[in-house]
Ligand binder design. Structure first.
Ligand code: UDP
Ligand code: MG
Length: 316
């Protein structure tokens, strides 16, 4: 059941003992400015190894009506945390926010006002700068977005954050994509709906440190590219077609040269031609297999075939 006039804020927390307290204080301030809706926090402890869970439990004792929590058996990653949070969020509006205050909580006020428009289902956010972030990281992040938009069918706007406010219907849509390998940025784009963007400059985290190493970000990027594109699987067929075409042109050239100009065909050339042709043929077959594999791969995700945003049907 959706709870009217409630905004559930889903907050994934991994080793955040130092940031939770300042985060709660910031949210309390937001609540003062946003009287129209009741803010509830759903904290998801993603198998933290520090005192995060204890801090959360203390807070729940202190604010039993506005804070709830889930705690994982181990670290499953932020994506799993978001999924669990969204699945259990009951508010009419649901926000996703990092706990380290890199997502300015005060923006919730504007986001809430914007989402009152019946033509807006999601208010998402985008970072306009990456100041304070290592240059290498920004460079690769930008490269990732360019590459993704080149090969994938789901467009990703550069700098998009996970920070967003959604209507319950959109949350249901996100949760209905129950694939195991989750890439939220892609999922948010894939589901569609009416999205409005708010922008803000980069802000450093209040305490603690980012739990993303370069390696984990790299893996995340590869996951993202692979989840929403089967282009890598079809590269083999393109290569194959190209080799076969080349072999055919070359073969025809040899025949013409042989017939009209009595040029002799060296066995070396013939062998090279055959290898090119056979190689191309094999590549093409691999590409075809790749296509089927791609279908199985997307099917295996059990994604819904379509999602309804609005409807008016005759009754049975
Ligand atoms: N987080 C999580 N599980 C993880 C890693 C991170 O729940 O395995 C949470 C973390 O507590 C924070 C958010 O995801 O609320 C963003 O993480 P972080 O600040 O480390 O990432 P960055 O802002 O550097 O991208
Ligand atoms: Mg952060």
């Amino acid at each position: 059941m959706v709870r009217k006039n409630v905004m559930t804020v889903v907050v994934p927390c991994y080793n955040e003992e130092k940031t939770i307290q300042p985060f709660i204080e910031a949210i309390l301030k937001v609540q003062k400015d946003l009287k129209e809706v009741e803010i509830e926090l759903l904290l998801v402890d993603d198998g933290s190894t520090d005192r995060t869970l204890n801090v959360i439990k203390k807070l729940v004792q202190h604010y039993p009506d506005s804070i709830e929590y889930l705690s994982f058996s181990r670290n499953f990653g932020k994506e799993a945390g978001l999924y669990a949070g969204l699945k259990n969020a009951k508010g009419e509006y649901v926000a996703i926010m990092d706990v380290d205050l890199q997502d300015p909580p005060m923006m919730l006020v504007d986001m809430y006002r914007m989402i009152q428009d019946p033509n807006v289902d999601v208010v998402a956010t985008r970072r306009t700068s990456r100041e304070g972030e290592p240059a290498v990281r920004s460079f690769f992040a930008s490269l990732f977005y360019k590459l993704n938009n080149l090969i994938s069918r789901v467009e990703l706007a550069e700098g998009t954050r996970d920070y967003r406010l959604m209507k319950a219907q959109v949350v249901d849509a996100v949760v209905s994509l129950s694939e195991y390998n989750r890439f939220s940025k892609g999922i948010f784009s894939w589901i569609g709906f009416k999205v409005k963007y708010l922008e803000y400059p980069n802000i450093k985290r209040v305490a603690g440190q980012s739990s993303w190493s370069f390696r984990s970000l790299f893996d995340y990027a590869i996951d993202g590219l692979i989840s929403f594109s089967d282009l890598p699987l079809t590269i083999a067929s393109y290569l194959g077609f190209f080799s076969i075409a080349l072999a055919l042109v070359w073969g025809i050239y040899m025949i013409i040269a042989g017939i009209f100009y009595q040029a002799s065909i060296s066995s070396m050339n013939l062998l090279a031609l055959l290898i090119l042709f056979m190689g191309g043929f094999q590549f093409m077959c691999m590409g075809i297999i790749g296509k089927y594999l791609g279908k199985i791969f997307t099917e295996d995700k059990r994604r819904p075939i379509y999602l309804v945003r609005e409807e008016q049907l005759f009754e049975d």
